[in-house]
Design a binder for this molecule. Sequence first.
Ligand SMILES: O=c1nc2n(C[C@H](O)[C@H](O)[C@H](O)CO)c3cc(O)ccc3cc-2c(=O)[nH]1
Length: 321
Amino acid sequence: MQRIVVLAGGIGGARFLRGLKSAAPEADITVIGNTGDDIHLFGLKVCPDLDTVMYTLGGGIHEEQGWGRADETFAVKEELAAYGVGPEWFGLGDRDFATHIVRTQMTAAGYPLSAVTEALCRRWQPGVRLLPMSDDRVETHVLVDDPDGEGRKAVHFQEYWVRLRASVPAHAVVPVGAEEAKPAPGVLEAIAGADVVLFPPSNPVVSVGTILAVPGVREAVEAAAAPVVGLSPIVGDAPVRGMADKVLAAVGVEATAAAVAGHYGAGLLDGWLVDTVDAGCVDRVEAAGIRCRAVPLMMTDLPATARMAAEALRLAEEVRA
Ligand SMILES: O=c1nc2n(C[C@H](O)[C@H](O)[C@H](O)CO)c3cc(O)ccc3cc-2c(=O)[nH]1
């Protein structure tokens, strides 16, 4: 059975995984999820990217939004607001709250996040093994021009993304706690034992980049016997969704498919898929030592996404040969 390891962020990663499952229904898929987006609110631990993968593959996601639960209601949020308790800019729904209550209760009882995630997945049956990148707390902060005053300040990634809509200049992205974090149980073993490692079209800085920032993970991917293939989240010099261009600028990387490949580098990537509109950069990526193909990369529906995943697996076979 083919063992596939995927380093995934939130919405882009989750939708790609749905296509991958369809393209490789027999494969044994391990997902290493980003937890740098995690936030503690109302005394609860919220893990947006793990939940987005779990709900998307488990059939509970709000399809149009891409995050949160389908058929959601917001009574708890409204009641909290009536007490003047915020933040009001982060939309936690009633059904979603239950997930965070269970997670927080298990965490308080001493279970590591990896065990909690496994327990939550027992309900959702995502059809993949979902591992947090680490059981240790890592929180991505973004250094921005202070939106409410002079100078600069560091804000939590969710405040930058959701409250500020990435509209203020970002100067640095810091995965606080990453340096001291250890990979969660099973992470390094999964990478070492993989037949293929995939980087979905997730944010290269705050999603895949944060996973790679956990000491040992980047080294394991570099050392992996398996081919490592990524799919560009940038199509035609703009992110397909989200605001990846803003955080790429913060780390000094151009928002182009070729520049993102260069940012990962040939030490990490063996293969890179760009969209057909970016076919002009294939030679440049190959000159940098990364096998590159141009194929349609818009995840418009499940068949289109499954074709992208199949192309990634095909490229992996090609670089292996
Ligand atoms: O744009 C938003 N994204 C929301 N997201 C998505 C999230 O902020 C980001 O898209 C990811 O962290 C980026 O990967 C949520 C995700 C959850 O799991 C739970 C609650 C939210 C709430 C919001 C929200 O209010 N607005």
